[in-house]
Design a protein around this ligand. Structure first.
Ligand SMILES: *Cc1c(COP(=O)(O)O)cnc(C)c1O
Length: 473
């Protein structure tokens, strides 16, 4: 067996097509004695029988360990310079009442970005002081809800919104705890980062001065400090997603601290908090090489301490907002394979090479990321092991779109056939959260496995659910 000319450069021919690369899977996932994939000993065939497919299978112990791991790693690195770090789990990655309870129990706080996410947190009884509200276009109702609930902080995204928060604070008789989200001009991508002077995107307050006026960031700081109904806690920056290196975070910390030194010079005030956002990368495929949180934390702590010392600033209380890195690796999606096809694809040198298409019983409605971001995933045959040869394959969904791809490039065993179960790892973040009812498919259930027992934490949508809001039905 040789590798396929259709395989991308990063994809290697597996020595054993049954192997799992541990970095892509939750800690509790392994092949059981008979060869079937299992989570904490529970076989996928049993999960499929009890809960149906497609199914999000979440290793709750792994989720909690990752949440706790971020908190412990960052606390350890920052303990001596600012007393520790507040870790906000970014709820938009994947949120349910159970998830909100887990992160709270593990000592984390919770980022929300809508009235709906705040409602989940309220039902889960997350202390309001542990909550943060994000968003570039919060509604009056959302801001009022946050103020009335005494939310820990509102991360303000624009001058318009700052005025609106001040008005609503006066109206509700509350003092609003605000952070200002700035755009520091640092974009971190997977393997590199770039710094630009200008920001051409919808989030945050620009730090760039245009013409005679002060920058929106400076104007916002002046406004907040001039309005006693606003309690300006500090500054916030979020520079991207799926970041593997510490450099981008370090650069943004330097820029933000320098800006804080400017505030001190102008107003004689040292803002007490600095949030460096989320974006910590995970391994979707063998091409991805995430860093341990402890390594990133140590690198960031060193830069923060050195920069603050240089600028004569007390180190502010640091917070971070990981989403994907906590939720993503904890979950795989379990699909049942259906139709197979082989197509002949023309290669670069004009010859034809075979590609196998394997259709599954879900698709872009349960994982929109390949369509939205060209995201790559991997897959394995989960219901059994095989001696069969690997063949370059594409896992596709059942939707009426040719772009409905779940896994673009993967070597699957040649003998994968209808009725086999396939598992796609790394689907814990931004998959269920982005799921839709396209083609009137019900959204899958989410099953959490803890202490060797599985339970649904979100049930599957039924046809009755799909018709429930159809007023003509
Ligand atoms: C999306 C987002 C996060 C989380 O990003 P991840 O890549 O999931 O870690 C954190 N903070 C803000 C403001 C975000 O918008």
């Amino acid at each position: 067996m040789t590798s396929s000319p259709l395989a991308p450069a990063w994809l290697s021919l597996p020595a054993d097509v049954n192997d799992l690369r541990s970095v892509q899977w939750a800690a509790g996932v392994a092949r059981s004695e008979g060869g079937e994939l299992a989570v904490q000993g529970i076989k996928v065939s049993d999960l499929a029988r009890e809960f149906g497919t497609p199914l999000f299978v979440l290793d709750e112990d792994d989720f909690r360990a990752r949440a706790r791991g971020f908190k412990e790693a960052f606390d350890a690195a920052f303990e001596s310079i600012c007393g520790g770090v507040d870790v906000y789990y970014a709820g938009k990655a994947f949120l349910s009442t159970e998830v909100a309870r887990w992160v709270t129990a593990e000592g984390l706080r919770l980022d929300t970005c809508s009235g709906g996410e705040m409602a989940v947190a309220r039902v889960a009884k997350v202390p309001p002081a542990n909550l943060s509200l994000h968003g570039n276009n919060k509604s009056v109702t959302e801001i009022r809800t946050a103020l009335e609930a005494d939310l820990g902080r509102i991360v303000v995204d624009s001058l318009d919104e700052l005025e609106r928060v001040a008005l609503l604070a006066r109206e509700t008789g509350k003092r609003a705890n605000v952070m200002l989200r700035l755009t520091p001009g640092v974009h971190a991508s997977t393997h590199e980062f770039i710094a630009t002077a200008h920001e051409d995107q919808k989030f945050g307050l620009s730090m760039v001065q245009l013409g005679q006026d002060a920058s929106p960031a400076t104007t916002a700081v002046d406004f907040a400090l001039g309005h006693p109904e606003l309690n300006l806690l500090g500054l916030h920056a979020h520079i991207g997603s799926q970041i593997f290196e510490a450099e981008g975070f370090a650069l943004v910390a330097q820029k933000m601290l320098t800006f804080m030194a400017g505030i001190k010079a102008a107003h004689g005030i040292e803002l007490p908090e600095l949030d460096l956002g989320g974006g910590y990368g995970i391994a979707y495929t063998e091409a991805d090489t995430p860093r341990e949180p402890a390594l990133l934390a140590a690198a960031m702590a060193e830069v923060v301490a050195a920069t603050a010392a240089e600028l004569g600033l007390k180190v502010p209380r640091i917070s971070i907002e990981p989403g994907r890195a906590i939720a993503g690796p904890t979950t795989f999606t379990l699909y049942e394979a259906g139709v197979r096809k082989s197509v002949a694809v023309e290669t670069a040198d004009g010859t034809l090479a075979p590609r196998r298409y394997v259709s599954v019983d879900g698709g872009m409605s349960d994982n929109a990321r390949p369509v939205l971001y060209d995201a790559d995933y991997t897959a394995v045959l989960a219901s059994r092991v095989t001696e069969s040869e690997p063949i370059i394959s594409r896992v596709v969904g059942k939707h009426c779109e040719s772009g409905d791809i779940v896994v673009r490039d993967v070597y699957l065993p040649e003998d994968v056939a209808a009725g086999d179960l396939l598992a796609v790892p790394g689907t814990g973040a931004y998959c269920w959260a982005l799921s839709s009812n396209y083609n009137y498919l019900g959204r899958p259930a989410v099953v959490a496995v803890r202490n060797g027992a599985a339970r649904a934490i979100i049930r599957r949508e039924t046809e009755a659910d799909l018709l429930a809001r159809d007023l003509g039905a």
